[in-house]
Design a protein around this ligand. Structure first.
Ligand SMILES: Nc1ncnc2c1ncn2[C@@H]1O[C@H](COP(=O)(O)OP(=O)(O)OP(=O)(O)O)[C@@H](O)[C@H]1O
Length: 461
């Protein structure tokens, strides 16, 4: 176990508190003691506990009362009920009320060790399942989920298989929508950490004021609104992979903080002085030119070296036109199934338009274009007509002017404002009268790309 586990023994009998604590401490864990349910709740408000060992018979609120409160207020804390030999019916009642297990006095140290190990493993599995569920069916992991037979992608798949097994930090470079996150997930799924969680953090989408507490977690009272302690994403990523998406968006302060975590392999929750061991593999990704950002002072070189032990480049879609037909067919099938339409194919003329288009938003844009085509299709086969708006104007029916969609006008306007402000997100967001998070979402949605600027200023903030 990489983090020191935190336990609490709640018993009004001094001898039980002392003996149980002594055994638990032998394993190198932090153990706190409380004489009553009321005291235990006070301690729980201050800090997080992995397991509570609770005696049933105590004056005041008692063990059952405490069990109910803990399940309601601190559902991630496990509760073990302490019960005397011969009162097993109490234990059964406690299990019905949500206790995770029970311990019969007098204790057997070996059984106690096994119980603790079993409960911690159970909690890890529950957390992992929650994560996997939240990821819906996005990617089952591995390279099988990633479509591509072009030489560029085949080479990338080979490199991914080679580096996945190492513990080195990986930086994935590529334009927006090229599939960087998919590659990161595949690396995780092929790594020794596949049994642990994959925790993505979109560094550009979390408001600056929240990022520290989201990543490091916090103790109760460490700031206004911190009414109970919370585990940060680094802690959630324990034994797994932490994926820093849009790493170019990380604030200079956060770069320093994360650099320290990577170097020292430990971190502190906000408001805590107790170090927690950092046990994750780091994968980062960006569409930005970090070398340029280092040159203009917005990205730290030392942080760059730490996150960039291995570099992978995901090629833009226009450089692997061979993959377009395959991807298009894959998306037709997927969206037809998801939207329950009877569309099942795409003709050559349609594929030709898709292959001739430059795809500034890469695979994500292709995905969106196909989704729209599937939803609006009137026949089983998608034809060139569906993609007329992508073809060069001299070849196709003009679709600009009044026949243009609101989304396309919005996307163009955002692109202009970004170009005018030299991709200064804060300024662009101000002009557009939206917050930075909304702007980032729209940039991703429309696949808006930063064109090579003359002055090389790639300011991101
Ligand atoms: N080779 C591929 N095969 C199948 N689906 C793909 C492929 N590449 C990308 N996608 C799909 O395209 C979308 C964008 O991919 P992803 O989020 O991995 O891109 P990204 O490079 O991380 O984007 P961003 O830079 O905006 O974060 C996702 O829905 C993903 O499933």
């Amino acid at each position: 176990m990489s983090r020191r586990h935190r336990f609490m023994v709640v018993d009004d009998e001094l001898i039980v508190r002392e003996s149980l604590s002594a055994w638990l401490e032998q394993e190198g864990s932090v153990v706190h003691k409380a004489e009553s349910a009321e005291d235990a709740l006070k301690l729980m408000e201050q800090s997080f506990y992995d397991i509570l060992f609770v005696d049933i018979k105590m004056p005041g609120m008692g063990g059952f009362g405490l069990l109910e409160k803990v399940k309601e207020l601190f559902p991630t804390t496990l509760v073990v009920i302490i019960t005397a030999y011969g009162t097993v019916d109490h234990a059964v009642q406690a299990l019905r009320l949500g206790a995770n297990d029970f311990l019969i006095k007098p204790f057997d140290p070996e059984g106690l060790g096994l119980l603790v190990a079993k409960l911690l493993e159970h909690r890890r599995l529950v957390e992992e399942t929650e994560y996997l569920r939240a990821e819906v069916n996005r990617c089952k992991g591995g390279l099988d989920e990633i479509i591509g037979t072009s030489p560029a992608m085949s080479e990338l798949f080979e490199t991914v298989s080679e580096v996945a097994g190492s513990e080195s930090s990986i930086l994935i470079l590529g334009e927006t929508g090229t599939g960087k996150e998919l590659i990161a997930r595949a690396i995780h799924a092929l790594s020794k950490r596949m049994g642990g969680p994959f925790v993505p953090i979109n560094c550009g989408a979390i408001p600056e004021s929240l990022i520290e507490s989201e990543i490091f977690g916090y103790e109760k009272g460490s700031f206004t609104g911190a009414i109970r302690p919370k585990r940060g994403l680094i802690e959630v990523a324990e034994t797994g992979t932490l994926f820093l998406d849009e790493v170019g968006e990380i604030t200079p302060k956060m770069q320093v903080d994360l650099l320290r975590v990577i170097q020292d392999r430990k971190f502190y929750r906000v408001g805590s002085v107790e170090p927690i061991k950092a046990d994750f593999r780091l994968i980062s990704a960006t569409h930005q030119d970090l070398n340029k950002m280092i040159a203009n002072g917005s990205f730290r070189q030392d942080f760059f070296y730490r996150i960039n032990v291995i570099t992978l480049r995901v090629p833009p879609l226009r450089e692997r036109k061979e993959d377009i037909a395959l991807l298009a067919k894959h998306f037709v099938k997927r969206f037809a199934m998801e939207t329950n339409r009877s569309v099942d194919s795409i003709d050559e003329g349609a594929v030709k338009i898709l292959q001739d288009y430059t795809w500034p938003g890469n695979v994500r844009e292709l995905e969106n274009v196909i989704e729209r085509a599937v939803v609006t299709a009137r026949k089983r086969m998608i034809t060139a007509e569906s993609f007329a708006y992508l073809a060069p104007e001299e070849i196709c029916i003009p679709v600009k002017g009044f026949s243009r969609s609101l989304q396309s006008a919005e996307s163009d306007h955002i692109a202009h404002v970004l170009a005018d402000t030299g991709w200064n997100i804060t300024r662009a967001a101000k002009i557009l009268e939206v917050d930075r998070t909304t702007l980032h979402k729209k940039i991703r949605k429309y696949g808006i790309q930063q064109q090579n600027s003359k002055d090389g200023a790639g300011g991101s903030r």
